[in-house]
Structures are given as structure tokens and as C-alpha cells.
Design a protein around this ligand. Structure first.
Ligand code: EPU
Length: 341
């Protein structure tokens, strides 16, 4: 394992902001992970696990610890029957390449999550989701290094305690585990309607008669390219805010003034209101400040045009949160994880 020192983190995050990390180490196997955590413990250094850096915000101060770059590979069928196939995927695999392979094998369950940047191991952390699918729907279990017990453990989907853009890995057990691989159960059946509204619209607009997995993949990639900046071209972290989860009485109050507010009922009785709509309606689409801009094609995304540091991001973030709160009484929250010191 090579240890790199004083590495600028901008090169490793799609938002392209922030300072350096004292150390960075790429790992290729579970035994690398175990060795690294044991050495770090001796030196009393914190470890932060980084995949593709597409959902992480870094600060300007040097991170006095080790950034673990997860490069663990693998794509292996571990179970198969007439209806489903289980695939075990290394945490360092590029997520979209995993989706492409699954679609190529005729396996259903993650095709609507085409084009999501980042790695397979990062997917369970914030329970990634798009166009009607989320990783919680297909994940069977994962293996992780548990830094608390210094052992490799298997964690079932139930134990991940998934909810909208959340799991134990970014909540109650933050920093405890390093995910090594994930096992997904994918379906052999072809996709069937009803499809997510924007997918259905794409299918109708393009007069598509036969919907199969490849059609869905292409549709999602096209829809995404209209609404989301390509991280290779424009620095961003995808959706910068979580959608708002509000109580029924709050929705009713909102509807009195804005009868067209989009909303989706959640199983827990709350309602999800798109934060992109709130920011847009607050008049902030295209709003620029401190070298950052609210993306014109999608108000949920913040793009970095010429920000010089974390402070620039924090400034526009507070302006947006405050403006939305003043207008709607809803306090919106950042979606990407923040590299804690
Ligand atoms: N909207 C506006 N103005 C905007 C943006 C959105 O009015 O500027 C409205 C849209 O018209 C629509 C609603 O907001 O009625 C929802 O928009 P959309 O379906 O595009 O999805 P989203 O809620 O903005 C979520 C995820 C995306 C995911 C899409 C598609 C979150 C935080 N974001 O966005 O995930 O791709 O759904 O399923 O849940 C990500 O997490 O980085 C991400 C891109």
C-alpha cells in the first residue's frame, strides 16, 4: 500500500473544493483495509473512506488523518435461481459500470439508477436512489470492516436501517465501518409499468413501444443529462439538498398558498416536497454568489464556478437555506456528507 502525503482533496471530489489530507492510501483488498485501520489506530489517526467523491464536501483545513480510497474490485454471481440472481460487487467498482453490466445480463432492479456517479460501496451509505428505485430495494447484505470490534462483519439490509437518503453508515454508526462489498438481488423479469412519471413521459414523447432494461437505461441517462451537470465538466455534488420531509399539517398550510406544490406521500405519514421546487419558487434558480451558482436547469444542484474555498460554499448554502425558510417555513438540509475533522 502506497501512502501519499499532503494530497489536495479537490482532485478527489466532484465539487472541487477544499484543502488537503495529510495522508491518502488506496486499498485493493479486505486485508489492506484491516492493516490500514490497525496501523492508523497505533498512530491515533482518523480514517475517512472515499469512493468517487461525488457526494462529499471537504473543508479548507488540512484533514489530519487518512483518506482511504476504496479500490476493491469484484463482480461475482453468488446465487442464482429461476427468478433472481445475487451479485457480490466490490465496494470500489464504479457504480454506473455495475448498472451497465447488470442491464447487459438482463437483470432488473438498478437500471433506473443509471448514471449516478460514485462507487458501489458508497451507494448504501446514503441509500442512493433515482427514478423510482433505491439501493434499499435490492441490497441483500454487505460486508464491512468494523473498526469498533476490529473484525469483518456481514450486515443485512434490515440492519442498515435504510430510509430516504439515509442509513446507519451516515447516521448512528457514522465512521465505524468501511464497506468492502455489497450483495444485490436482481430480478430476471422485464420491467413493467407503472414507471416513474418522468420516465413514462420520456417513453411517450419518444413513442417507445417496447420497454426493456436497455430502454430504461438510455432514457434515464438522457433525462439526467438534461437536469444534472456532468461532474467531469461542471463541478457539483449532484443534488445539494435533500428533499424536504414535512408533516401533513405543514403540507396543508403550504397548499393554501401554493396549490400546485408537488408532493409525495411517504409510508410514515409524512410528505416529501421537492426542494428543487422550493428553491426555484423562492426565486433562486440561477442565483450566483461567492463563485457558486444555483444550476439553471435544476435548482437542487449547486455548481462551483470559481469558488475559492469552503467558506464560499457555506455562504451560499446559508443564503439559500434562509431564503427558503423565510418563504416557506421549511428548513432544508444538505445532502452530501461533510468530511469531518
Ligand atoms: N423542480 C422544480 N424546479 C427545479 C427542480 C425541480 O420545480 O429547479 C420540481 C420538478 O418539476 C419536479 C420536482 O421538483 O416536480 C422533482 O424533481 P425531479 O423529479 O427532477 O427530482 P428531484 O426530487 O429534484 C431526486 C433525487 C435525484 C434523482 C431524482 C430522480 C434527491 C435529493 N434527489 O431529485 O438524486 O436523480 O430525484 O429520481 O432525492 C442526487 O441525489 O444527487 C440526485 C441527483
Amino acid at each position: 500500500m502506497d501512502v501519499m502525503t499532503n494530497v489536495p482533496l479537490k482532485q478527489y471530489t466532484t465539487m472541487k473544493l477544499g484543502g488537503e489530507t495529510r495522508y491518502m492510501v488506496a486499498v485493493n483488498s479486505a486485508s489492506d483495509v484491516v492493516t490500514l485501520y490497525r496501523n492508523a489506530r497505533k498512530e491515533n489517526l482518523p480514517i475517512f473512506v472515499l469512493g468517487g467523491g461525488s457526494n462529499v464536501i471537504t473543508r479548507d483545513e488540512t484533514f489530519e488523518g487518512i483518506i482511504l480510497l476504496n479500490k476493491i474490485e469484484g463482480f461475482e454471481v453468488v446465487a442464482d435461481n429461476d427468478d433472481t440472481t445475487d451479485i457480490k460487487i466490490g465496494a470500489g467498482e464504479v457504480w454506473d459500470e455495475v448498472v451497465e453490466r447488470a442491464v447487459g445480463l438482463g437483470l432488473q432492479g438498478i437500471e433506473a439508477m443509471s448514471g449516478i456517479p460514485g462507487t458501489a460501496g458508497a451507494a448504501p451509505v446514503q441509500n442512493v436512489g433515482a427514478y423510482g428505485q433505491e439501493i434499499a430495494d435490492t441490497l441483500v447484505s454487505l460486508e464491512a470492516y468494523d473498526s469498533k470490534t476490529d473484525s469483518i462483519v456481514t450486515i443485512s439490509a434490515d440492519e442498515c436501517d435504510f430510509s430516504y437518503r439515509n442509513s446507519i453508515f451516515r447516521d448512528s454508526q457514522k465512521g465505524r465501518y468501511c464497506i468492502l462489498n455489497i450483495t444485490l438481488r436482481l430480478n430476471k423479469a422485464e420491467p413493467r409499468p407503472p414507471f416513474y412519471a418522468s420516465l413514462q413521459k420520456y417513453i411517450e414523447d419518444n413513442d417507445i413501444r417496447e420497454v426493456n432494461l436497455s430502454v430504461i437505461r438510455v432514457a434515464v441517462l438522457n433525462i439526467r443529462s438534461e437536469k444534472l451537470p456532468d461532474p467531469a465538466e461542471i463541478p457539483s455534488a449532484g443534488s445539494f439538498f435533500k428533499n424536504a420531509l414535512i408533516e401533513k399539517w405543514q403540507l396543508e398550510q403550504l397548499q393554501k398558498e401554493y396549490s400546485d406544490v408537488p408532493n409525495y406521500a411517504m409510508s410514515d405519514g409524512r410528505y416529501k416536497v421537492p426542494t428543487g421546487w422550493l428553491i426555484d419558487r423562492a426565486g433562486l434558480k440561477g442565483f450566483a454568489s461567492h463563485g457558486m451558482r444555483v444550476y439553471e436547469k435544476n435548482a437542487l444542484v449547486l455548481v462551483n464556478e470559481s469558488a475559492t474555498g469552503y467558506g464560499d460554499l457555506a455562504a451560499i448554502r446559508e443564503q439559500i437555506i434562509q431564503t427558503v425558510y423565510d418563504k416557506f417555513g421549511i428548513r432544508i438540509e444538505q445532502e452530501p456528507l461533510e468530511l469531518s475533522l
